[in-house]
Design a protein around this ligand. Sequence first.
Ligand SMILES: [Zn+2]
Length: 275
Amino acid sequence: MRQKRAKAYRKLMALYSMSFGFRQPYQVLVDSEMCKDATERKIELLKQLTVILQGDVKPMITQCCIHELYLLGKSQQPAVDLAKTFERRKCNHREVIPGDECLASVVGETNKHRYVVATQSQPLRVKLRAIPAVPIVHVNRSVMVLEPPSDATIQSKEYREEQALHPTGSEKQSLAPSTSAEPPRKKKKGPKGPNPLSVKKKKVETKPPVAKDKGKAKERPVPEAAAGEKRKRDDTADDNETATAQQPADSQPQDELRRKKKRRRKATEPVVVNT
Ligand SMILES: [Zn+2]
């Protein structure tokens, strides 16, 4: 096989493997005519398939296809002998049907079992080109040929690639939390913050007043009814404050002002909690 063709076949089989999950050994459905041609032209079928598919192959023949060879009689015994070395593919056709129809039904609408089809039937090849991802092999003047990918195959490949690029709805949902979780991780990787010891010290300084406030709130829980009253008082306190602010500083000692402010804060606290 010429190097150029070998490269093209290698690329083609890579496409079937990458985009459609073909794996070695490639399962090759061989039709009766191919068996006949191979023996008549003295083509080493298994070896040739291995060369053009560039990997291990498992030739298979369906019950209907081997039956066609039986019908040909003694003259085609070598073809029958060849077919008998292949793995028999059960097609479960109770009554034998023509090989083309049998192979078409085994491949099905989607070729879900990932068969390569080696057939000399032109009509069957046309039919199989409409199904995505069916590698088709035939023998042309003693040369085994792997067909270029069909339009259906290329379209399906492009569609799959498009789908792979865009996440589905469920994938987007699963992506959302992970992306939001990423920034903090990055922050961890970045430069470190201030010395943790210094941060702790600050907390120690600020904690005591907070603890006191909380403790007081627990000691003197304000009933809901009183909240309104206290608010009223709060308003008056506000008035007082504005009034006192206008007065000279000597008449209103600083301590009293502070006390008022404190009281006001306490009065508003329960209201905030209740809402
Ligand atoms: Zn069959």
